[in-house]
Ligand binder design. Structure first.
Ligand code: FES
Length: 128
């Protein structure tokens, strides 16, 4: 079954400077928006190992390191990279439009099934 996209305004692009992350709450969703060199990525903010806020973690290239136990994820795919994280983050398709970042709530990557560290799935920003 094909779902129509449901774009929701997330933030102004300028709210998330390159190399940083920002926590954003939309309804029940607690999200982390990342700017990797002008490409925006959105994942769940809560680490799958515990309840740490990943937007408070350390970004190193495409990797976010959890501030609690040092587990890591690939920001682009949500895939766990290093232990103790073994369950992938949900990621959301993002759209950069008119200087703002939007997410498609019907386009989660659903990559919690990719629980093997190092597995990769793509969830990139498009300029539509
Ligand atoms: Fe994130 Fe433990 S809560 S690695």
């Amino acid at each position: 079954m094909m779902l129509l996209s449901e774009l929701r305004l997330l933030c102004d692009a300028s709210d998330v400077p390159p190399g940083t992350a920002r926590k954003i709450v939309i309804g029940r969703l607690v999200l982390a928006a990342f700017n990797l060199g002008g490409e925006f990525y959105v994942t769940d903010d809560t680490c799958t190992h515990g309840f740490a806020s990943l937007s408070e973690g350390t970004i190193d290239g495409n990797i976010i390191e959890c501030p609690w136990h040092g587990g890591t994820f690939d920001i682009r795919s949500g895939a766990p990279v290093d232990h103790p994280c073994t369950v992938a983050l949900n990621t959301y398709r993002t759209v950069l439009k008119d200087g703002a970042v939007w997410i498609d709530l019907n386009a989660t990557a659903g990559n919690r099934m990719s629980s093997q560290p190092g597995e990769s799935q793509t969830c990139r920003t498009s300029n539509k």
